[in-house]
Design a protein around this ligand. Structure first.
Ligand code: AMP
Length: 183
């Protein structure tokens, strides 16, 4: 199964990605984690990405696309994946489509974890994280809405909305049901 996860910051997407990849038996591919691993190993891709990551900006598309392309060509990812953090723009979605077409494949589903800004704000402030001020959270939502709304439209024929308010187990069960996988 080839799926992409989308959701605003604080929706629990990373946690669900790990659980869903285990349940579906396919690798979890997180572009944020891949970038951090490349940066730690100081690879060409890591060095090219580092300054953007430090500024919390999107890494240029050529660098991101190259990294994703290489990862998708690895044997484990050829049978399926849970993709987390990519695509973030319609341009990246087009690129993903062409990479999959090279393999004669396409996405099975795009899971959208739905949660309101208010719920995320209450959760993160309750955790008391210093960098999670209301302004920071609001800005991330603004960016998410402007970047992601076009993606939801792009993927409207395979979009699977999932209510992300609840326990990890509840949300996983909803996602599996929505994907028609036995929970
Ligand atoms: P994340 O762990 O998803 O917050 O990603 C960490 C950083 O990696 C981001 O701030 C970006 O600099 C970079 N990154 C992750 N995914 C992408 C992407 N799809 N396109 C461009 N940059 C990305």
């Amino acid at each position: 199964m080839r799926i992409v996860l989308v959701g605003p910051p604080g929706a629990g997407k990373g946690t669900q990605a790990v659980v869903l990849s285990k349940r579906l038996g396919v690798p979890h591919i997180s572009t944020g984690e891949l970038f951090r691993a490349h940066a730690e190993r100081a690879t060409d891709l890591g060095l090219a990405a580092k300054e953007y990551m430090e500024r919390d900006e999107l890494v240029p598309h050529e660098v991101t696309n190259e990294m994703v392309h290489r990862r998708l060509e690895e044997p484990d990812a050829r049978v399926g994946f849970v993709l987390d953090g990519f695509p973030r723009t319609v341009a990246q979605a087009d690129v993903l489509k062409s990479y999959l077409a090279e393999q004669g494949a396409e996405l099975d589903a795009v899971v959208e974890f739905q949660v309101s800004e208010k719920v995320v704000l209450d959760r993160l402030l309750a955790r008391g994280r210093a960098d999670d001020s209301a302004d920071v959270i609001h800005n991330r939502f603004v960016v998410y809405r402007s970047e992601t709304a076009p993606l939801l439209e792009y993927y409207s024929d395979r979009l699977v909305p999932v209510d992300a308010v609840g326990s990890v187990e509840e949300v996983t069960a909803r996602a599996l049901t929505a994907l028609r996988v036995d929970a």
